[in-house]
Design a protein around this ligand. Structure first.
Ligand code: ZN
Length: 347
């Protein structure tokens, strides 16, 4: 046998075997593509074998050509098979990587909290509601006449001076109290009435630990044929008992308001010192909860009621004060700061 022919067959066999091994060893389709170029391209060892063709006789050329074609076909079959295997494996890996595990816990969102003042407003309105009080809301921007005149506080009345008023034009104000809602409610209803009137009040005051230029108020009003001061005392004492719990003493102290006569200030025992006096109650042992009194006959007349036939009482509840007294909070400004560490404690 022609040495050159035999050598070519040997190189072809070596190239074929090496190619098949290389295909089997590939781990990715990208690697396989390199192997394809290296072992089946024009410069591959398999193709290079045909360089000896010119020096072979016809029969050898035919045999070598057939052997080269067979080797190429075998390599291409192996490449194709490997391509399918690796392609499938890579797809599975990609699917595994991209898979969404619906059993994993979701991204947690922080819980919201209800503001302590809102909780108190709801609680107090709930107590009043169970006592039969309607809820009625008046406007924040109010006629001067409703905020003062009809509440027995005419112009130049000294009581106007203690309320630093935000004026809106010449005849309107940001209401300094919720009492004008009483006027609106009484004008629209006939006795017997029981109404709770919540809302913001505004006073042109500097803010400090116990004052704010805007504060929330719930006003209570009852008018009937036989309402007495003892009914007022009983009602406020019961509200405090339900809101603050048993065992907190309250007291009524004479006071003055233009729209009630007689008038009283309601105090509650300090929760910190229980009446002996401490820093948070200014040494008094008691803290003011709000004003109250029997509706002044002039106010009843102003809404068309006959003070000879009906009488009534009114009281103001400040949810911020109530909340402070209940939980021993000493600075009103905490309610405005929106600090979650503070707010979260009440939920
Ligand atoms: Zn105290």
């Amino acid at each position: 046998m022609n040495e050159e022919f035999k050598g070519a067959l040997d190189r072809l066999e070596a190239a074929r075997a090496e190619g098949l091994d290389a295909v089997a060893a590939t781990l990715s389709t990208a690697e396989l593509e390199n192997v394809r170029v290296q072992y089946t391209g024009k410069k591959s060892n398999v193709s290079q074998v045909t360089q000896v063709m010119g020096r072979l006789d016809a029969d050898e050329r035919k045999q070598l050509g057939a052997a080269v074609n067979a080797a190429k076909t075998e390599l291409e079959t192996a490449l194709s098979k490997r391509q399918t295997e690796l392609g499938r494996r890579e797809q599975e890996q990609r699917f595994e990587h991209e898979r969404v595990d619906v059993t994993l816990p979701g991204m947690p969102y922080p819980d919201g909290y209800r503001h302590p003042l809102l909780l108190s407003v709801r609680e107090i309105l709930g107590i009043l509601g169970r006592m039969g009080y309607d809820v009625f809301e008046g406007p924040d921007v109010e006629w001067e006449r409703y905020n003062f005149d009809l509440l027995n506080t005419p112009k130049h009345h000294p009581a106007r001076d203690v309320q630093d008023t935000f004026w809106v034009g010449d005849e309107m104000v940001l209401r300094t109290q919720t009492s004008p809602a009483q006027i609106r409610y009484m004008k629209a209803h006939q006795p017997p009435i029981r109404a709770a009137m919540p809302g913001f009040c505004y006073r042109n005051e500097a803010e400090d630990a116990s004052h704010a230029d805007r504060f929330y108020q719930i006003e209570g009003l009852a008018v009937d044929t036989d309402i007495r001061l003892t009914d007022l005392k009983g009602t406020l004492t019961e509200i405090c008992r339900v809101y603050f719990g048993e065992g907190r003493r309250v007291r009524f102290r004479p006071h003055y308001f233009p729209f009630t006569e007689p008038s009283a200030e309601l105090d509650i025992e300090c929760s910190v010192c229980h009446g002996t006096g401490c820093r948070s109650c200014g040494g008094e042992g008691w803290l003011e909860l709000g004003g109250s009194g029997m509706v002044h006959p002039n106010v009843l007349r102003a809404v068309g009621y006959d003070p000879e036939k009906v009488s009534g009482f009114a009281f103001g509840i400040g949810p911020d004060r109530y909340t402070m007294m209940k939980y021993g909070i000493t600075d009103l400004r905490l309610f405005r700061e929106d600090d979650l560490r503070f707010i979260a404690q009440f939920n």
